[in-house]
Ligand binder design. Structure first.
Ligand SMILES: C[S@@+](CC[C@H](N)C(=O)[O-])C[C@H]1O[C@@H](n2cnc3c(N)ncnc32)[C@H](O)[C@@H]1O
Length: 321
């Protein structure tokens, strides 16, 4: 059935009511002038007061001192409107395609927390410096004045490492070929809750990291034999303990009070959550970064007891700003 166009209050002659560009749309559309909008109406779909891409390009030029290579940058006032509508102070704002970092910069100035994800190098070359300026109170542009922003806060910058494990042609989990020994040692330290700090002393080749001043980690792609483990156990001695992450082992582990031995794929896989419906990342409970130079006291008194290994894995390679 055709809609009865002539009987509509606006009348088809007024051109305030129309059925799409070609006049064939099933749903009528109504033109409304800004002066007719009443308080309490839903937001108009055209925002003509939040700036244009050109304004955003100018904002970036001021920030970076160059014509930045972003094709469609958004003005800070646009992001301010969106963030204002959708969030409250303290909320978490996510932009998983961060571009020049406008979302995070505005969210920060508006007292929101934020997460940005960006795969381009401009994460490092543009977003980090931009957010640093916001934090240092050096970014005077965009919404700085209207939000009364004067600087403060901070952020952490993480670089996502390649996947540590991959499945081989027989369907078994193996260590990714992208990892060289140093990368592997560092990644395992991270996963197992150790601080990566490889010893420069060749005699202590097994010291790849520590969790306390007496508890260490050794990462190797070797399959460890009983004799090899005995030799390491003697080096470690009675006053220290060592977690060995290796490809495989063939030994009576109980013979060595100061060693804990685990297989790398198994150690990682047991920390992954497979088969769950909800993989939501618990952002709020991400571990705080530890101060770099302080060593915690040994968890257990020196001697025979191995430390209880309660790992707090973090999944990212992290540089802090
Ligand atoms: C058009 S920009 C978005 C900029 C910003 N969100 C805005 O609205 O102004 C899209 C960005 O997403 C990035 N990107 C594309 N695919 C991505 C991915 N899979 N993960 C992270 N970033 C990605 C691109 O490098 C580009 O910088």
């Amino acid at each position: 059935m055709q809609p009865c166009r002539a009987q509509h209050p606006f009348g088809s002659g007024s051109k305030r009511l129309f059925w799409g560009k070609d006049g064939k749309a099933r749903t009528p559309m109504r033109k409304l002038f800004k002066s007719e909008a009443k308080a309490g109406m839903s937001s108009p779909t055209i925002w003509d007061d939040v700036g244009l891409n050109q304004h955003a390009a100018r904002e970036l030029e001021v920030l970076f001192g160059e014509k930045a290579a972003f094709e469609t940058p958004k003005p800070e006032f646009l992001l301010q409107r969106i963030i204002h509508i959708a969030t409250n102070t303290g909320d978490l704002v996510l932009d998983s395609f961060a571009g020049s970092g406008t979302t995070g910069a505005v969210a920060h100035k508006m007292g929101r927390r934020w997460i940005m994800v960006e795969l381009g190098e401009h994460a490092q070359t543009h977003i980090v410096p931009r957010l640093r300026k916001v934090i240092d109170g050096e970014d005077k542009g965009g919404v700085t004045e209207v939000t009364g922003w004067q600087g403060g806060g901070g952020f952490r910058f993480y670089r996502l490492a390649p996947s540590l494990l991959e499945v081989d042609k027989w369907g078994r989990w193996i260590i990714s070929k992208e990892y060289n020994p140093a990368m592997l040692a560092e990644a395992m330290c991270k996963h197992m809750g150790f601080t990566y700090s490889p010893s420069q002393d060749k005699a202590e080749y097994w010291k790849h990291g520590h969790s306390s001043e007496r508890d260490f980690i050794y990462v190797t792609t070797l399959a460890m034999t009983h004799d090899q483990l005995r030799a390491i156990s003697e080096d470690v001695g009675p006053d220290r303990t060592l977690l060995i992450c290796c490809k495989a082992f063939n030994a009576r582990i109980d013979d060595f009070d100061n060693l804990t031995v685990t297989k790398i794929p198994h150690a990682i896989l047991s920390r992954c959550e497979w088969g769950k419906d909800d993989y939501s990342l618990k952002i709020a409970s991400l571990p705080e970064r530890e101060p770099p130079d302080e060593l915690e006291p040994a968890v257990k008194p020196a001697g025979k007891a191995k430390p209880a290994r309660t790992f707090a894995p973090t999944l990212f390679d992290c540089d802090e700003d």
